[in-house]
Every structure is written in C-alpha cells, then in structure tokens.
Design a protein around this ligand. Structure first.
Ligand code: BES
Ligand code: MN
Ligand code: ZN
Length: 498
C-alpha cells in the first residue's frame, strides 16, 4: 500500500467463532492476510499490538486506535469493529465511516483514508453508504454559533481499494442524498423565530426552482378558507404569522404509480390554550414540530437532484403555528374540516391532526395510488417506541412492506402499530362527529385513527409518527446532537422504488 497521510481507519468483521472451541475461551481476532501484510510491512505491527493490548475482537460499536511509530508514512490508525458479517446492514457501513470521521476530528487529522469491506459485493452501494456516513457525521450545524466549537481540520477523506468508475457516481449520489438530510436537519434545528410557515413555503419554492420537473403552489389563507379548511385554519388562528398550504409536485415522464407525501408542519406548538406547561411538556423543543414536513422537503430536494423518471410525487404541507391569543380556538370549539366532518376540539394541543385532516382531504382528491403522512404527532408514540424508532400504521399491506423495505435500506427504524378500530370509540363526541383526542392510553393509535377519517378514496395510506426520532440531544452514529433529518432517506428510497 502506497497511501500516505495522517490517519488510516480500517473496518473489520469479527472472526467466525470456532464452534468446537471451549465456550470459556476468550474471543480473538485474526487479521485477514492483506491486513496482516500491511501491518508488518507498513504499520510496524501496530494493528497486532492494538488488538492484543485491548483484546479487540471486532464487535460492532467498538474501536481501537493508536499512534504508529515514527518514520512511518501513516501517523495514526484505527480499527473499527463491524461485528458479525451475517448481521451487518448498510447502516453498519454508515456507522463505521462515521466512527472514523469523528475520531479524525478529535485527532486533528487532515487527510484520512478509509478501508472497509465491500457490502453485498456491491462496490457502488458500498461507496454510497460509506460516503453517506462520512458526510452525515461531518455535518455540524454552526449557523447560530458566534464561534465554531468544533473546528475540524479534515480536508480529505479517501476510500481505499475501490473502483473509481463505480465509486465516483455513487459518492455524488450520497452527496445529493445527504444534502436533503441536512436540509431537514437544519429546518428542524432552527428555532421558530427563524423557521416560520413563510420559510417552509419559500423552501418549497426554492426546491421547485432546482428542477424543471417541479411545480409549486402555495395556497394562502383566503384560498384555504375558500376550500373550507376549517380544521387547519382553526389551529392557525392565534398566530401573527400567516399559515401556508404547500403543494409541491414532481412529475417526470409517465408514472408507473403516483405517490403523495404529507408532512406535519407546525413551526411551533405551544399547545394553544391547553398550553404545554411544566417540565416534561417540552414546550422549548416544539420548534421540532415541523419534523414531518422537514423530511418531506428534504426528500423533495434529493429528488430534484436525482431526477428519477416515470415518477410523480406530491409533497403537501399545511404549515402554521399553534399559538395563544384572543382569537385562539378554545377547548370545546367545533371545527369543520374540508370534507364536511365536524370535530370537537377537546384538546387544543392535539393540533397536528387538525392540520393534517385538511391536508389529507386535499391529497385524497389528487388521484394518487398511495399517501404517506409523517408527523411529530404524539408523545405517546415516544413513550411506546422510544426516541429512535418511528411508529408506522397502514391500511395496505404492500405499501407497509414497501415502506419497511425503504426504511431498512435507509437504516431508519419504524415499528408497525395497529389501527385498532374499537379505540376510535374514545373519540365519540356528544355534539360533533368526533373529538380530536381520546384517553392517554393508546394515544398514538387514536391519533392514527383520527387521521384515517380523512382518507376515503386513496387505496393505500400510511401514517408515520416521528415525534421521537427527528431530534436527538446526544450524538450517536452518524447523527450529531440536534435535528437528525430522520425519514428523508426512507422517503427517497420509497419514491425510487414505488
Ligand atoms: N407536537 C406534539 C407531540 C410531540 C410530543 C412531539 C413530544 C414531539 C415530542 C403534539 O402536537 C401533541 O401535543 N400531542 C399531544 C396529544 C394529546 C393532547 C392527545 C401529546 O402527545 O401529548
Ligand atoms: Mn400539540
Ligand atoms: Zn404538535
């Protein structure tokens, strides 16, 4: 190997364990032949030393690093565990690449080389997912810092042992995907005094300008009134910032099937008169309540670059703020949605479903084959699945499977939840067609059942509750603290494979 630079990161699987060996035997790691030669010829046996000293076995999530002796072309090395090859997924590569990048940052590395095994014997996909991991881990949001807290010296990351003809386009694709993820991260991380409904509308307009295959329509408040969107506008009433109804359409060639993506876009959710109070209400995090729409717009940005043919996708966002003033909707008010259904608002903090109701009615008329909505809908979903897993509800098995496959390849986790119809009884209203909330128990499910009332014609519908995963307080894998851009990659895969 002739590469010279500051640092070399090598990812490695655990060795297959010898079944006949005594179970009490400590696991060991034997380097593959090529690495053994490299270690002896170039690295003064640093790899062997590191493995022995730290009893490194290559388990996923572990790594060891060290200084190579002086007079060597490479100054530092890291070994990154990839675990059992049978259990490895594309995300194993993204995370390994991220581990290397974060290490390089801490070690003030300028020039980093990566050596990873090939995923699925697919050089293109391997290069793509490694590049995704590198770029996602390297992205730090410094927009609101007066001083860079993590100045990075990293100038160059090189993939070793690859085929440039295959890797180059794959890395470009990764860059385009990551640009969409970063857009979503930055929309979510920006506070509500920076990202308003106007900002989201302007973002959609800017995306539309990136490709001739996009058209964009922004419905202003008066047009939403004319369409009878009483549920959406009921939420928007107490805000000084105007609501915007965004309809962004990508159409390229004759579509095999048509898809619509609907995102919840509350740029701030105070709870309304059912104000979010006290610790645990997380009112200070409610700038993230547009995470669903951020994912939709992030995916649209990627599609503008990838320009898939025979594709028609609609991106719909009814965006507003849920605020408090003398015009605010009151608990107990009855709103009429654009399909004529009446809703008793027994809780003004269940506002997302009110905005989505009108967005879904609008989308249901577009004649698409499937609708997927994404929403930071309920704290109950976070209680059920934790912060790293989104909830998925669907009326259609093949569509649910398509989303599950798209998510798996993206390294984003969703767990299928039931559309338990009897729970809809909780939403029975004395005065209106139904109420907007039921009891605390099963709150994520009644949220999904509420939304289902507004999809009548479209064959396939799925609801993704992303309240947990759109934001993280701690860095892990390729995510840094802040907005994660969750669901962008799933949506892109879904659009490409639908
Ligand atoms: N935006 C919240 C849900 C949320 C909670 C998102 C935590 C992210 C983190 C949503 O509008 C909301 O307030 N939901 C209520 C519903 C309840 C009133 C039925 C909730 O989860 O408490
Ligand atoms: Mn709310
Ligand atoms: Zn909300």
């Amino acid at each position: 190997m002739s590469w010279r630079g500051d640092a070399l990161a090598i990812a490695i699987f655990t060795n297959p364990q010898d079944q006949s060996a005594d179970k009490s035997d400590v696991k060991t790691l034997t380097l593959p032949e090529a690495l053994k030669n490299l270690d002896i010829q170039v690295l003064s046996c640093t790899l062997t030393d590191l493995i022995t000293e730290s009893e490194f076995t290559g388990e996923a999530g572990t790594s060891v690093s060290g200084r190579v002796g002086i007079d060597v072309a490479i100054r530092k090395v890291m070994l990154i565990g990839m675990g059992d090859p049978a259990k490895a997924t594309a995300d194993t590569w993204r995370k390994a690449a991220a581990t290397a990048v974060k290490w390089a940052g801490k070690e003030k590395v300028k020039k980093l080389a990566l050596s990873l095994p090939t995923y699925n014997q697919d050089v293109s996909l391997t290069s793509q997912v490694i590049a995704e991991g590198v770029l996602l881990a390297a992205h730090r949001d410094k927009r609101f810092k007066s001083k860079d807290p993590h100045p990075s010296l990293l100038e160059l990351v090189e993939l070793l042992e690859t085929n440039p003809e295959l890797a180059t386009p794959a890395i470009l694709k990764a860059q385009q995907i990551v640009d969409g993820v970063i857009l979503a991260r930055e929309l979510v991380s920006a506070p509500a005094n920076i990202v308003t409904p106007i900002t989201l509308a302007d973002t959609a307009i800017a995306i539309a300008a990136e490709s001739e295959h996009f058209t964009v329509k922004i419905l202003e408040q008066a047009e939403c009134e004319a369409l009878g969107m009483g549920a959406f506008l009921g939420v928007a009433k107490a805000s000084d910032i105007p609501p915007k109804f965004i309809h962004l359409t990508y159409s390229n060639g004759v579509p095999t099937r048509k898809l619509a993506i609907v995102g919840k876009g509350l740029t701030f959710d105070s709870g309304g008169l059912n104000l979010k109070t006290g610790a645990g209400s997380s009112i200070e995090l409610m700038k993230t309540d547009m995470g669903g729409s951020a994912a939709a717009l992030g995916a649209a940005k990627v599609i503008a670059k990838l320009q898939p043919t025979n594709t028609e996708v609609h991106f719909i966002v009814a965006t507003c703020e849920n605020m408090v003033n003398g015009n605010a909707m009151r608990p107990g008010d009855i709103l009429t949605a654009s399909n004529g259904k009446t809703i008793e608002v027994n809780n003004t903090d269940a506002e997302g479903r009110l905005t989505l109701a009108d967005a879904l009615v609008y989308t249901d008329k577009l004649g698409v084959d499937a609708i997927v909505d994404l929403a930071t809908l309920t704290g109950a979903c976070v209680v059920a699945l934790g912060e790293d897993i989104g909830g998925m509800w669907s009326t259609d098995e093949p569509f649910a499977e398509a989303i599950a496959k798209a998510a798996k390849d993206a390294g984003e986790k969703f767990w299928r939840m039931p559309l338990e119809e009897p729970y809809f009884d909780q939403l029975k209203s004395v005065v209106a067609d139904f109420k907007n909330t039921g009891s605390r128990a099963g709150g994520a499910i009644t949220g999904a059942l509420f939304l289902k009332q507004f999809v009548e014609k479209t064959k396939a519908w799925a609801h993704l509750d992303v309240a947990g995963p759109v934001w993280t307080e701690r860095e892990s894998g390729y995510n840094n603290a802040g907005g994660t851009g969750f669901a962008v990659r799933t949506l892109v895969n879904l659009i490409l494979e639908f």
